[in-house]
Ligand binder design. Structure first.
Ligand code: NAG
Ligand code: NAG
Length: 488
């Protein structure tokens, strides 16, 4: 009991300490109450821990009808030149799942020779059944028929200098995800129930951008979040080759992978019998066939036939990649946890789950060690670069925008990726050992009350719960307190 008391005192201090800090630090997407996620299917918008904890509701039963992320908001009220304008592809045969022509949004900056092309995320579908369900519940991710004429860029796509200090005036392109194939597919509706043309959509976007100024580009960043981030991993070298082919000068092509760096589930047991709720690896394996997935040649060659799906995993595909990439990855990515069957429902978390979460964090850290350019905060979350408040989150006192700027500088030096500039770091992985130990982590919310909770509170509740059940308090309180004494 003594232990618990001192723990509560610490907890109190921590709360007071964090109250000021945390104001306005909610991940924007963490505030919406009505986003659903599904075990089997569609992660339509960046997930918050809250949305994970609050629902075992499936999007399959509760179609999401409205768009929540500010980036996805059609900007009806006041059209401004800052908005990104929709263009459908010139090649109308390159389509979304339902046969409607795919497209992109662009905000041009004619005088600027730098480009960012952003691939949206949103999980995938991998069978007629899962795609039918997705079409009913999230048509926007499979069809261009109802896309708004304009969209507003946020975070790294924002035209506002205060929100996007280094890249606000770039040529910004947003490619909506409507192929449900992790941007890999190469099969048309002519022979199928649905088209899966993700890899072709990227190619056609690049082709259409050439006369819009891409021909004169100096740098092109291919970026993406979640499935879009994985899409960057598997497309970057092909995009680089295509840009080389279509442009006059040497253009530097780089990748920015946000929350798309997944680890293969260690103790994979197939849970894919009914075809409607496959875990990631099973989904990818099934999907690759359906989508006629195109993978990087170099990566594919590393694996024997039937094992090419491994190229979807960052730690595997990275090894054979030619283009420089920057990896943004929350160490406790909630999608990664979901792959491992952990929903961070802190109220009922078992000690085993808690331990597994820590193991995943450690493995994530390990997998990123050799990647030269990384931003990896020790938080529970998912996706970052297009969040309006992306600048709030820091690793070792550096925010992502700054780290990206340092990375670009080092690449300009052309001395290879490992050039390090003094005082300008871009290999940033949190050292602290606890989930959510980074003081800038987005706030977590109680699934029932919606109130903000600190991880410590949840941890305390867990221990009390265990005591009530007559178990020993699990988890290493000493370690936690030592960490607090050291200021996290
Ligand atoms: C979650 O699922 C369980 C079992 O399927 C059900 O009893 C419970 O009511 C569900 N909770 C919510 C919030 O839907
Ligand atoms: C897509 O498939 C077609 C025909 O099957 C092939 O010619 C083409 O090279 C493929 N595209 C890619 C990007 O692999």
């Amino acid at each position: 009991m003594k232990l618990i008391e001192s723990f509560m005192i610490l907890l109190f201090f921590n709360q007071v300490k964090s109250q000021g800090k945390r104001t306005n630090k909610h991940l924007r997407t963490g505030l919406s109450q009505d986003r659903d996620i599904s075990q089997s299917g569609i992660e339509e918008y960046p997930l918050s821990v809250q949305s994970i904890t609050s629902s075992n509701i499936s999007i399959l039963e509760h179609p999401t009808t409205s768009t929540k992320s500010p980036m996805l908001m059609p900007s009806r009220e006041h059209k401004s030149p800052e908005d990104m304008k929709l263009y459908l592809l010139k090649n109308t045969h390159v389509t979304c799942n339902d046969g409607t022509t795919a497209g992109y949004y662009i905000r041009e900056a004619k005088a600027n020779k730098r480009w960012i092309i952003f691939l949206e995320g949103g999980w995938c579908c991998y069978s007629k059944e899962t795609c039918d369900i997705r079409y009913k519940s999230a048509k926007r991710l499979m069809s261009s028929s109802n896309w708004p004429k304009t969209r507003r860029g946020t975070g790294i796509l924002s035209p506002r200098q205060d929100e996007n200090p280094h890249w606000w005036n770039l040529n910004a392109v947003l490619v909506p995800y409507c192929s449900s194939d992790v941007w890999s597919g190469n099969v048309s509706k002519v022979t199928n129930d649905y088209s899966f043309m993700g890899s072709l959509i990227i190619q056609e976007v690049i082709r259409d951008l050439v006369p819009k100024g891409l021909k004169q580009a100096k740098t092109v960043i291919l970026a993406g979040s979640s499935a879009g981030g994985t899409g960057v991993l598997i497309n970057i070298d092909r995009v680089s080759a295509l840009v080389d082919e279509l442009t006059a000068d040497t253009v530097q092509v780089r990748g920015l992978v946000d929350s798309g760096w997944f680890l293969d589930k260690k103790n994979a047991k197939s849970d894919c019998k009914d075809g409607s709720s496959c875990a990631l690896t099973d989904a990818i394996k099934k999907g690759l066939k359906l989508w006629n997935g195109v993978l990087p040649d170099k990566c594919r060659q590393q694996f024997k036939k039937g094992d090419e799906w491994q190229c979807f995993y960052g730690p595997k595909s990275f090894l054979s990649m030619k283009s420089p990439i920057f990896v943004v990855q929350w160490l406790y990515d909630v999608e990664q946890l979901r792959i491992e069957n952990i929903t961070p429902d802190f109220q009922f978390m078992t000690a085993t789950q808690w331990n597994n979460i820590q193991i995943i964090g450690r493995e994530m850290k390990k997998s990123l060690r050799e990647v030269p350019a990384v931003f990896a905060p020790a938080c529970f979350s998912h996706t970052l670069v297009t969040e309006s408040n992306w600048l709030d989150f820091q690793v070792k006192g550096v925010n992502l925008a700054r780290a990206l700027q340092c990375w670009e500088k080092s690449l300009q030096e052309r001395r290879g990726q490992k050039t390090v500039i003094r005082g300008c770091p871009f290999h940033l992985i949190d050292n602290c050992h606890w989930p959510h130990c980074n003081p800038t982590c987005p706030a977590l919310h109680d699934p029932v009350t919606g109130q903000e909770v600190t991880l410590l509170q949840m941890f305390l509740r867990l221990n009390l719960e265990n005591q009530r059940r007559g178990q020993e308090p699990k988890g290493d309180l000493n370690q936690l307190m030592a960490m607090l004494r050291n200021g996290g």
